[in-house]
Design a protein around this ligand. Structure first.
Ligand code: MN3
Length: 225
């Protein structure tokens, strides 16, 4: 069983950009529903995944596992999204700051790229800052597509573009939501830790490992997919 990770801060900690009411729905209802659906599919198929990352990688190329891939991707994406935000306003420094300058000119250039890419993305999805080796890229993915299925890319930060992420607080103003998110909530300390993994420092963020129930009987004889 995969567990819904707790938020790393209070539900109201991201106000006024993201309200307590949005976080109550988004984390406690939407994110939980993805994790619950994922666990149902894992149980139905008698799978015994060792990690969500492994499950995502194996489901990604299998047309028969679209539902599993969607729910696993959304479980992962939301947990990464919560972690990649902070109530404490920050700015990037060190090697990441240098990489931002090299790729986008300055922090304002990166902000413009993320806000415009996210605002222009048609429908639901995610906008990511990713490392491609030492280089940085801004990439939008559709629906539940987690960036970790894209070979060679390491996610540094992400913003949820689904309407449930911003409609209560920003109505149809996705651009305004993205602008405020980038200014106030980006967890640059976390992004720097993720960036450091591209040069071999540390392992990078991973979803909490699944916990077996009842001493493992729930997955006895299960397949690892
Ligand atoms: Mn969402």
């Amino acid at each position: 069983m995969f567990q819904l990770p707790d938020l790393p801060y209070d539900h109201a900690a991201l106000e006024p950009v993201i309200s307590r009411a949005t976080m109550r729905l988004h984390h406690d209802k939407h994110h939980k529903a993805y994790v619950d659906a994922l666990n149902t599919l894992v149980a139905e198929q008698r799978l015994a995944p060792t990690s969500l990352e492994t499950l995502i990688a194996r489901a990604a190329g299998d047309p028969a596992q679209t539902k599993l891939a969607n729910n696993a991707g959304q479980a992962w994406n939301h947990a990464f999204f919560w972690t990649a935000m902070s109530p404490r306003r920050q700015t990037p420094s060190g090697a990441l700051a240098q990489a931002i300058t090299a790729a986008f000119g300055d922090l304002e250039g990166l902000k413009t790229a993320m806000v415009e890419t996210g605002a222009a993305h048609f429908g639901s999805g995610w906008v990511w800052l990713a490392a491609d080796g030492a280089d940085l890229k801004v990439i939008a993915t559709h629906d539940g597509d987690p960036l970790i299925t894209h070979a060679g890319l390491t996610p540094l930060m992400v913003c949820d573009l689904w309407e449930h992420a911003y409609y209560l607080d920003h109505q149809n103003d996705r651009k305004g939501y993205l602008d405020a998110w980038f200014e106030a909530l980006a967890n640059w300390a976390f992004a720097q830790d993720q960036y450091a993994t591209t040069t071999g420092l540390g392992q990078g963020w991973r979803f909490p490992e699944p916990q077996e129930l009842g001493g493992g009987t729930a997955v006895a004889g299960g397949r690892s997919l």
